[in-house]
Design a protein around this ligand. Structure first.
Ligand SMILES: Cc1ncc(COP(=O)(O)O)c(C=O)c1O
Length: 425
């Protein structure tokens, strides 16, 4: 595998980007051999800057839902781009998209559009406060809701005032949620919850029904807004808000990543209960009204309604999970596969510093399969059973390779540093 171009780009990037690539797409916390730059993507596959091809189980951290460069979505986007994109006012597609989303998502009576998931979650927080006139926002410990000072996972540059009135509870714990609500007294504006527990570095966990129902009841009792953050899992669990699966309807839900199959748009959906608050705030952005991503979203959502994309991904996910389980077992590894099969996370037993996971991921990469050692992954509709066979065959060989190298594996230096800093906090 050649990696000259990637190395060269990394060197150049260090000079003109602060410490190289930043944020979730930085490879600083990934195994050494992971490429940082990709020159193209199509369907379920990615090519790095050196031309190496990978089956991509990260799907751009979510945006790739139907397959990279889906021709139906691209055609809709191209047709709109010939008419106009960022203009002095929105195009008719804005109303059509709002109608489409309100029609698909049961709790929603209205929609607002923005660019990134963080825009939507931050706006949800502001609307909850505007609607209720209260200040406290409850967030589950360890949950990711974006990269603004109120929610970013790294403390640099954040002052306590940025997080004033953000308080925490343990996801899925009725007791902890009740205690946090009670501590908020009569100042509770909102409870944030993810569709299931999909925090990094730890096993994923299914949504506990009692917790979801209690969150709804507590919001009803206090007048607070219930916010489901569907930015990551939206339309990967169901064709509605993810909590619709358990019959619990939030007041606000946040969306991003995948509903325009990679075109830049996110959304905040709300019920009439939050309409006045939403109407009262000032929220906008130069590109929030751009028409091309909206046209892409309308076509993506049509495909989601008209095809078996979800059932297809679940079928593939079941197949992959069973195949990997067998391959791990045959090679004497305890591989914990958690989360919905179409959004899997792989962690190894007895691997507290992730050295086995890192080595296995690198061995997968060498065999043309891009997996992540500590973040959940994503399947997409463009994947096929032969792609899953490729991943399972690569996994078998990767398990063997790691078994042979087991005694010489080393922890990742930066990750170890991060963990020890966290433990010292
Ligand atoms: C659950 C959740 N909320 C919010 C965000 C923030 O989205 P974005 O990175 O588009 O700002 C993410 C991103 O991964 C997410 O997973």
């Amino acid at each position: 595998m050649r990696s000259d171009m990637d190395q060269d780009l990394k060197r150049r990037a260090k000079k003109v980007l602060p410490d190289g690539v930043y944020g979730h797409e930085s490879t600083k916390l990934l195994p050494e051999s992971y490429p940082q730059f990709f020159s193209r993507a199509k369907g379920a596959y990615l090519w790095d800057a050196d031309g190496n091809k990978y089956l991509d189980l990260m799907c751009a951290y979510g945006p790739n839902l139907l397959g990279y460069g889906d021709e139906r979505v691209d055609a809709a986007a191209l047709a709109q781009s010939k008419l106009g994109d960022a203009m002095t006012g929105p195009a008719p597609v804005m109303v059509e998209l709002a109608e489409t989303m309100v029609g698909m998502v049961a709790h929603a009576d209205w929609a607002m559009f923005c660019k990134n998931g963080t825009d939507a979650t931050t706006m949800a927080k502001t609307i909850a406060r505007a609607q209720t006139g209260k200040r406290i926002i409850l967030v589950a410990t360890g949950a990711y809701h974006g990269a603004m000072p109120w929610c970013t996972p790294l403390p640099a540059g954040v002052i306590p005032e940025d997080r004033a009135h953000i308080q925490h509870y343990d996801y899925n714990s009725v007791e902890s949620l009740e205690a946090a609500v009670s501590a908020a007294g009569d100042d509770l504006a909102a409870i944030f919850a993810t569709p299931f527990k999909h925090d990094a570095f730890t096993d994923q966990a299914a949504l506990d029904l009692d917790y979801a129902r209690r969150a709804r009841a507590l919001c009803d009792q206090t007048g607070a807004m219930l916010i489901v953050d569907d930015v990551r899992a939206g339309f990967r669990l169901t064709r509605d808000c993810s909590w619709e699966l358990v019959g619990v309807r939030p007041d606000l839900s946040t969306w991003g990543k995948s509903f325009a199959n990679g075109y830049p748009i996110s959304a905040l959906l709300g019920s009439d209960r939050a309409r006045d608050g939403a109407a009262s705030i000032y929220a906008t952005g130069s590109f929030w009204f751009a028409a091309v991503p909206m046209a892409a979203a309308i076509e993506t959502l049509r495909i989601l309604r008209d095809t078996e994309y979800l059932e297809h991904m679940i079928g593939l996910g079941d197949y992959l999970r069973a195949g990997l389980h067998q391959a791990a077992h045959d090679n004497g590894f305890g591989l914990r596969q958690t989360g919905p099969v179409q959004m899997p996370l792989f962690l190894f037993e007895d691997d507290p510093d992730f050295r086995v996971g890192f080595a296995w991921s690198e061995a997968m990469l060498k065999r043309g399969v891009y997996v992540h050692p500590w973040h959940n992954m994503f399947l997409c509709d463009a994947m096929t059973q032969s792609d899953m066979d490729l991943a399972i065959a690569a996994a078998s060989a990767a398990f063997q390779e790691v078994r042979e190298r087991y005694s010489s594996l080393q922890p990742h230096a930066l990750l170890a540093q991060m963990f020890s800093a966290r433990a010292a906090e």
